[in-house]
Design a protein around this ligand. Structure first.
Ligand SMILES: [Zn+2]
Length: 204
């Protein structure tokens, strides 16, 4: 079976990665900017030659300010917000992590594209991407990872096992184990460069 080739570029700024995964001009933005910094996001996307109109969905690996800060602004620009079932309850809590000077725009709940993990493969296929979205709690309960069938996985802030605190270690280990079982080989984290699964000994 032939697979649609995809490309991965980073529209990141301020030490955080915002990955644009593209099948031709059909694109998915993984993680959605710092609050109040749409100018920086636009500049990054412009530099990469990625028109916002080509973003079919935006998704946050989890609802912390550096990963979902521009979710609502992106929606207002026509980029639907893809929400996984385990994330719905976390969205209203995001505001508590922000200060007024952050200029965070609250995320409305009624107009998102909310799906189950089981539905993710079909949704991704419709935008030309072969893969799935998996629950990978540990850093937070609402953390998810996008795993492409070629082994690329977008993990947000899923903590390397060696760095995990006592309270999160079991969940973090289980999440890395799941990703490895499902074929993950290359980790595209929310911060720092791409790394190989083995090199980081994520499964401790
Ligand atoms: Zn986080």
């Amino acid at each position: 079976m032939s697979r649609t080739p995809h490309t991965i570029v980073n529209a990141g700024y301020r030490s955080t990665n915002y990955w644009v995964v593209s099948a031709g001009r059909s694109r998915l933005l993984v993680d959605l900017g710092w609050p109040g910094m749409m100018g920086a996001m636009r500049a990054s996307l412009d530099r990469l030659g990625v028109p916002i109109a080509e973003l079919r969905y935006g998704m946050a690996t989890h609802y912390h300010p550096d990963h979902a800060g521009l979710a609502q602004e992106m929606k207002l620009l026509g980029v639907p917000l893809l929400v996984l079932e385990s994330q719905v309850g976390a969205i209203p809590l995001l505001k508590q992590w922000t200060k007024p000077q952050d200029r965070f725009t609250e995320i409305t709940l009624h107009d998102n594209v909310t799906i189950s993990f089981a539905e993710s493969r079909a949704l991704l296929a419709r935008i030309g991407l072969a893969g799935e979205i998996l629950p990978t709690p540990g850093h937070s309960d609402d953390s998810v990872s996008l795993l492409l069938d070629d082994g690329a996985v977008f993990t947000g802030d899923l903590t390397p096992v060696a760095l995990a605190g006592e309270a999160e270690r079991d969940a973090v280990s289980a999440s890395w184990r799941l990703l490895r079982q499902r074929g993950a080989t290359r980790v595209y984290p929310g911060h720092g460069p791409m790394r190989w699964m083995d090199a980081a000994s994520e499964d401790g």
